[in-house]
Design a protein around this ligand. Structure first.
Ligand SMILES: [Zn+2]
Length: 278
């Protein structure tokens, strides 16, 4: 499932293709993508608009049209991806953007069909996102104090709190495991036992893992690809994610695995102590 680094990679791939170009035509091939809105209405609303910017908020792609008069808000969910016109036509295309001056359409592909597209004006989209998302982990308004405050009085596992998009936006299963390992904190630690010092390490670790992942184009596990078909490189660099039963890369201890917050989770029992973080 695409998390922040993968969505950021898609954003960076779409930006040079779309920004400054006019949408000549849009085909919504799967009504589920825009439900409950009528697909023809969405096609009509987007036609003739110029793409003026593409931003990212959490795991959302924010395609700004006509300087924010309208915004196309994409969420890739499980298996959504975009393919540039130069790429082979994917097998589960749900939408096509036809942009002036491109040799073919940009295709939105989504085998599992959980992806969404909302179209609204900039204010409407801001309200929609603010209701769902907390601070950006790479932004200035997220720090150890903010994270620590959100863990007070919460007996849920730390992992569940970090997966909560209202606590911090954009993290998923992979980067939570990676950050917990790097910070030396167990993902099943009761959140209210997170010390302020551990919160500091966690914020630093989240940023470090996200930035490294963005640098190498995200993680490709099954079907995630960049816009130009490129495979990510972060899966070669995992420290914890998917490593249950394997030796810890830092200390050699066999990594543990369990379901935490409903998700497959792995950690090192030595590098990530049971109760009190280092
Ligand atoms: Zn270890």
């Amino acid at each position: 499932m695409p998390e922040l680094p993968e969505v950021e990679t898609v954003r960076r791939g779409l930006e040079p293709l779309m920004v400054g170009r006019v949408i000549e035509r849009v085909e919504v091939l799967d009504p589920r993508l825009v439900q409950p809105v009528d697909p023809r209405g969405v096609e009509l609303a987007l036609t003739g608009r110029e793409v003026t910017a593409i931003d990212r908020r959490g795991k959302y792609l924010v395609v700004e049209l006509d300087d924010g008069e309208l915004v196309a808000l994409h969420h890739l969910r499980m298996t959504g991806s975009f393919a540039a016109p130069t790429q082979p036509v994917p097998t589960h295309v749900r939408l096509r953007y036809h942009l002036a001056g491109l040799p073919g359409p940009i295709a939105y592909n989504d085998p599992r069909r959980f992806g969404t597209l909302h179209v609204d004006d900039a204010d409407g989209v801001r309200r929609y996102l603010d209701a769902r998302l907390g601070p950006e982990p790479l932004g200035d308004d997220w720090d150890a104090a903010a994270l620590h405050a959100r863990t007070r009085g919460r007996a849920a596992p730390l992992k569940a709190v970090l997966l909560d998009q209202r606590v911090v936006a954009g993290l998923g299963n992979i980067y939570v495991d990676e950050a917990c390992f790097l910070a030396g904190v167990r993902p099943d630690l009761s959140a209210d036992r997170l010390t302020r010092a551990a919160a500091e390490r966690l914020v630093t670790a989240v940023r470090a893992r996200l930035l490294e992942a963005i640098e190498v184009g995200g993680s490709t596990l099954r079907d995630y690809r960049g816009v130009e078909g490129e495979v990510g490189g972060m899966q070669e660099r995992f420290l914890a994610y998917g490593r249950a039963g394997l030796p810890c890369l830092r200390c050699g201890t066999t990594m543990r695995g369990a379901r935490i917050a409903g998700r497959g989770t792995s950690w090192c029992p030595r590098c990530q102590p049971a109760t009190r973080p280092r």
